[in-house]
Every structure is written in C-alpha cells, then in structure tokens.
Ligand binder design. Sequence first.
Ligand code: SAM
Length: 202
Amino acid sequence: MAHYFESPARGLAAGERAQEVPLRIGGRDVRLATAPGVFSGSRVDPGTTVLLDTVDFSDRHGDLLDIGCGYGPLSLTMASFAPDATVWAVDVNDRALELCRANAQRLGLNNVRVCRPEDVPAEIRFRFVCSNPAIRIGKPKLHAMLSHWLGRLEPDGEAYLVVQRNLGSDSLHRWLVEQGWPTTRVTSVRGYRVLQCLPRHP
Ligand SMILES: C[S@@+](CC[C@H](N)C(=O)[O-])C[C@H]1O[C@@H](n2cnc3c(N)ncnc32)[C@H](O)[C@@H]1O
C-alpha cells in the first residue's frame, strides 16, 4: 500500500499481523489494536503524543471531533475524559475505522461514533476538535478538509491541530489566519507545532 490514507481491505491479508501499542489515558495504561496499512501502526505517533500532552481534555461537552482518527488515540482519549460528550471519530481508511471501533468497544467507551466523514449528520456542530491532520494528502485536499470541519465549530468551540514544522505547520498557520480562523501557536515541541483555531467571526 502506497499511503496510510489509502484504505486497505478491512480484514488482514496473508502475512499481515495485528499489533498493539501502549497508550496512557488519564492515568490508565491501555493497549490499542493496530495493523499494517494505518497511520503509525507500530507506536503512537510523536506528533499525536505532543497533542495529547498539550491539550486539556477535561470538562468537554457536546459534540467533539477527531478529523482522521486512525486507530483512535485522540478520539479515545477525548471520549475517556468526556463521558457525557459524543466523540465523532472520522476517517477515510476503513481499516482504521474498524480498529478505532474495536478499540472503543474494548475500552468500554460507548460515546464514540466511528464513521466516514460523509456519515456525520450535517446539522452537527462541534465544541471541540482535536486532530493530527493528514498533511500528506496535499494542500488542496487538506485545505478543503479543514475548511469543511472548522466551519462547523460552535461559536464557543475550539480546535487543536498538531502539525510537524517540516511538513508545513507555519504555512498552514498563515493560511488559517488568512481564511479568517483566529489561530495561535500553543506550543512547539521537538518540531511539532500545536495550533489552536477559534471559529471565524460572524
Ligand atoms: C496523520 S494521521 C492521524 C491518525 C490518528 N489520529 C493518530 O493520531 O494516530 C491522519 C489520518 O487522516 C486520515 N484521512 C486522510 N484523508 C482524510 C479525510 N479526507 N477525511 C478524514 N480523514 C482523512 C488518514 O487515513 C489518517 O488515518
């Protein structure tokens, strides 16, 4: 398979092996199922780890979103910290969706809706978005994806994105500001920038 965002077959092919990666969620050590053909399947991605260590996940309510959930490290952390919220975990990689769904079930997290982007009901608006977005899909698709979801932030919502400096975090930051989303660099750790985006002013 050429890219992690190209969906492999759901079931494992001959020679492909399922794996598990450790993750600490709010003081609880868990293991998440992963597999070949999904993003960072052999360890939690360092950028995702920076985001997990930076953002305050507590006291979140309403509808929350992870754009490009993969096998679920961000979605499941959000769901675990916010049992009263609904976490929408979206991805275009069907194997990632299957893993994320299985991991949510295994952790007993019933507040995660794992689905393809087009299956999120159009009327849903988000209070909190957390994403390690798929930069490698290229700027036009990345911009379209972010415009779509950031445009669905609640007026009091906020989004956190982690982007590697070498993959264009600073130009993405500039683009977000140009598009009207007030954006702040919250931290920069080991070459990963965490950007906070607020809704556009009406
Ligand atoms: C950088 S990975 C992050 C995965 C996971 N959140 C993590 O932290 O390990 C980006 C994810 O976005 C997914 N993706 C690519 N294009 C997408 C799109 N248009 N909409 C939603 N997800 C997409 C990829 O399949 C991939 O799983």
